[in-house]
Every structure is written in structure tokens, then in C-alpha cells.
Design a protein around this ligand. Structure first.
Ligand code: B1M
Length: 207
């Protein structure tokens, strides 16, 4: 079943991914396994093909649409019922970067952990981040970047937030990042995956 999800995702068959995720949930496969061994594993395989020029942007785009559809199916299970949000997190992918799947996953996991999320989407300017932090009285800003060319934009956002006199802690994540990079740009935290992002937010807000 999980391999079928991988195959349908890689082929960009959105409706089939949705059906298979529903079937997997109905047959009792844990949500985490459907996510990690179905959707994410399929996207990782596709990433290798993309890197080797065996598939191209159109194929990756349709697969991304199928992935987001699968994630939406999993969302209710990833989100536990919470009455009072534990805090408010503004999240977005930095300017110039259109990758939003990992960011969406982090947003879902944070929602699941009881936080209110203001998701600004992808290709977000530092001005927009600053405006959203102010407008929502945010507790944390979470930034995502998937490209070596856009991860540097995170430093621009951090400077803009500091320049605006906002002391909101900023955490960063995305495949090309490292803890060293996060330290260099003055981020308060780095998460290599969505689950660690939740841990870091818990830790920062517990202080
Ligand atoms: Co792009 N792309 N892409 N792409 N793409 C990568 C990232 C790449 C590694 C592929 C490759 O060459 N192997 C490569 C980057 C190379 C580099 O810079 N080092 C690349 C490239 C080069 C490009 C283009 C430049 C291609 C081109 O035009 N020639 C172009 C750039 C467009 C732009 O952004 N301006 C481009 C375009 C695209 C698509 C639009 C086609 C599509 C994105 C669709 C979308 O997101 N809606 C796409 C995709 C899908 C990928 C790959 C295949 C998959 C990314 C993904 O969604 N992974 C990717 C290859 C790969 O990563 N294997 C690739 C699944 C996701 C769950 O993982 O996003 O890593 P990830 O998120 C993880 C963690 O990183 C972390 O938690 C998540 C869950 O565990 N995390 C955070 C992420 N954000 C976080 C934020 C946090 C905390 C943790 O907040 C604190």
C-alpha cells in the first residue's frame, strides 16, 4: 500500500494518492508511516530522478500537487484537538523560493501540537514577515528555504525583524541548511525536520 502511494505520487496521480491515503488510513496504517514511508519517501525518490535529469519541473510540479493533496488528507490526523492555542507561529518560505511542501508539513505538525499558525505561503518578502509578526503579535517566526540561493535571504529577514525592533525568536529549516548556518545568521533555532521544529518551538516558548 505504501509503495503504491509512492508510485502514484511520483506519477503525479493526485486523485489516486488521495484514494490510497484514505484506504491506508481506513486499514489502520499509522499516519506517521503513511507520511514517512508513503508520501515523503515518494518525493525523495522523485528528488533523485530530478537531480539526475531523469524527470523535469512539470513532472515534479504535478507530484507536488499530489503530495499536498495527500498531506491534506492526513491533516486531521496530524492535528489533535486543542482548545487554547499554545502560541502563535508565523511561517513562510523566503523570497525567491517557491518550495512549500516542507513548510506546509511543519505548519501542520505545529497545528497538531496546539499552536495557531499564520501561514504566509512561499516567496515571502522580509517586509511581509515583519508586517505579519506585528499584526498577529506572533510568538515565533519560522522560515523555510530549499535553495542554496535563497537560504541567504533568511539573514535579510532576521535583520529586518531586528531592525523593526521586534524581539520575536526566529527559527529556520529546509534541506540545504545546517546548525552552523543557522548560528551564523543569528537564528534562535534550527530544525532539520518538522518534528524537531515542534520540539524547538516548545523549548523556546517554555523559556
Ligand atoms: Co526544486 N529543488 N527547484 N522544485 N525541488 C530541490 C530543492 C533540489 C534539491 C533538487 C535537486 O537538484 N536535487 C534543488 C535545490 C538545489 C540547491 O539549491 N541546493 C532544486 C532546484 C534546483 C529547483 C529549481 C531551481 C529548478 C529549476 O528551475 N531549474 C526551481 C526553483 C524554483 C524556486 O523556488 N524559485 C525548483 C522548482 C521546484 C518545483 C516548483 C518544481 C517543486 C516545488 C513545488 C512545491 O514545493 N510546491 C520542486 C520540488 C518538489 C523539489 C524537490 C524534488 C522536493 C522538495 C520537497 O518538497 N521535499 C527537491 C529535491 C529534494 O528535496 N529531494 C527540490 C519534501 C519535503 C517534505 O521536504 O522541503 O526538505 P523538505 O522539508 C523538510 C525539511 O527540510 C524541514 O522539514 C520538512 C519536513 O521534514 N523543513 C523545515 C523545511 N522547511 C522547514 C522550516 C522549518 C523547520 C524545518 O521552520 C523552522
Amino acid at each position: 500500500m505504501l509503495e503504491k502511494i509512492q508510485e502514484a505520487l511520483m506519477a503525479g496521480r493526485k486523485a489516486e494518492v488521495e484514494t490510497l491515503v484514505d484506504q491506508a488510513l481506513a486499514s489502520g496504517i499509522p499516519t506517521r508511516r503513511i507520511l514517512n514511508e508513503g508520501l515523503i519517501a515518494g518525493m525523495e525518490k522523485l528528488g533523485v530522478l530530478f537531480k539526475n535529469n531523469e524527470v523535469f519541473i512539470p513532472e515534479v510540479l504535478v507530484a507536488a500537487r499530489a503530495m499536498n493533496a495527500g498531506l491534506t488528507k492526513l491533516e486531521p490526523n496530524l492535528i489533535k484537538e486543542k482548545i487554547e492555542p499554545k502560541g502563535l507561529v508565523v511561517i513562510g518560505t523566503v523570497k525567491g523560493d517557491l518550495h512549500d511542501i516542507g513548510k506546509n508539513l511543519v505548519a501542520m505538525m505545529l497545528k497538531g501540537a496546539g499552536y495557531k499558525i499564520v501561514d504566509l505561503g512561499a516567496d515571502v518578502s522580509s517586509e511581509k514577515f515583519v508586517d505579519a509578526l506585528r499584526a498577529n503579535k506572533a510568538d515565533i517566526l519560522a522560515l523555510s528555504a530549499l535553495l542554496t540561493t535563497t537560504m541567504v535571504q533568511m539573514k535579510t529577514v532576521i535583520l529586518a525583524v531586528q531592525g523593526a525592533g521586534l524581539g520575536v525568536p526566529i527559527i529556520v529549516g529546509g534541506a540545504p541548511l545546517t546548525q552552523d548556518f543557522a548560528d551564523q545568521i543569528g537564528a534562535r533555532g534550527y530544525a532539520s525536520d518538522a518534528a524537531s521544529a515542534v520540539d524547538i518551538v516548545h523549548r523556546l516558548l517554555a523559556r
